[in-house]
Design a protein around this ligand. Structure first.
Ligand code: SAM
Length: 299
């Protein structure tokens, strides 16, 4: 929705946007259009007709949105998906959405806190037999917990979210770069993330202080190679969290302390992997963390 219409409808409903709810609404219509196209068809920039045959295999596609606000992204999702369910915390938005989405019969608004909703149960109930994706212009104060929720439920083929540019860079960062950290490894564990496009503050009402970017996660089906059980997963998460807990310390010492094993045994494993025994965690890829985690299991 463009600026004039968004302002008009909010004023008419007596709504002042709240910073505490992360309410920066999209007023540049190309942004929700490109986000919805990417979420539903998987490839940004292609028009729906060109990709519908290959993009969805003819199966019904459903989209879950977090924080529809006044419905800018919701409408673009509804125009492409067979069904849209959107969770909004701010009850003042419900009548607004009734108005802005009146032309769509495939949208359901759920009033509530997305952090408290059982997303897996919601998807099973509302999207049975459909392929599911998630999309959102996330409230910035909840970016990390909401991404974790969307990825960990393992219900979505694809998750397309607007986040702060710095967060986007951390999500896609490569080993050895300054932005690479625990959250980068975490995201790669669940998906293949990429930045689709940047979005400037002027695309929002009100404009935020920081630049943003839309990130697309192509989610894994099942566990990554080398992770076979919940126990493997728990050990791996402990390993990389310990590895990034003190960035200046060497990985061997941090891993030895975390698992109560000898430093030498970790150094031997690192050398067997072709890495220096003095390496720091920030140099290891997800695959290398998985390999080291298997070695630690066998110590
Ligand atoms: N999707 C709209 C757009 O792009 O114009 C609004 C995006 S705005 C950045 C974030 C939205 O999330 C707001 O509508 C806000 O009320 C809503 N929100 C904030 N916290 C939420 C929560 N815990 N659960 C669900 N929605 C929430």
């Amino acid at each position: 929705m463009e600026l004039r219409r968004t302002r008009e409808i909010l004023e008419r409903h007596g709504i002042r946007l709240q910073k505490s709810l992360g309410q920066n609404f999209l007023i540049d219509e190309s942004v929700p259009r490109r986000t919805a196209t990417a979420a539903i068809y998987g490839v940004a920039g292609l028009d729906a007709e060109a990709v519908s045959a290959i993009g969805t295999d003819g199966a019904a596609v459903a989209a879950l949105e977090i924080g529809p606000g006044a419905g800018a992204l919701t409408a673009e999702l509804a125009a492409r998906a067979d069904k849209v369910v959107a969770i909004e915390l701010d009850s003042r938005m419900i009548p607004v959405l009734g108005e802005t989405l009146s032309e769509f019969s495939n949208v359901e608004i759920v009033e509530g806190d997305a952090l408290k909703v059982d997303i897996a149960a919601l998807v099973s109930e509302k999207f049975a037999g459909m392929r599911a994706v998630a999309a959102a212009n996330l409230p910035y104060y909840l970016t990390t917990p909401l991404i974790e929720k969307l990825l960990e439920c393992r219900k979505f083929e694809r998750v397309c979210v607007m986040v702060q540019k710095e967060v986007a860079q951390r999500i896609v960062a490569k080993p050895g770069s300054g932005e690479y950290g625990s959250f980068s490894v975490y995201c790669k564990y669940y998906a293949e993330p990429k930045i689709l496009f940047g979005v400037s503050p002027g695309s929002f009402l009100p404009p935020p202080k920081v630049a943003s970017a839309v990130v697309m996660f192509d989610c894994r089906r099942g566990l990554p190679e080398g992770v076979e059980s919940e126990e493997d997963e728990k050990r791996l998460f402990r390993l990389w969290r310990a590895a990034f807990s003190e960035r200046r310390k060497k990985l061997a010492g941090l891993a030895a302390r975390e698992f109560g094993i000898s430093r030498e045994s970790v150094e031997t494993a690192l050398e067997a992997m072709g890495l220096s025994p003095d390496v720091r965690g920030e140099r290891l890829s997800l695959e290398q963390f998985i390999e080291l985690s298997s070695c630690i299991r066998d110590v």
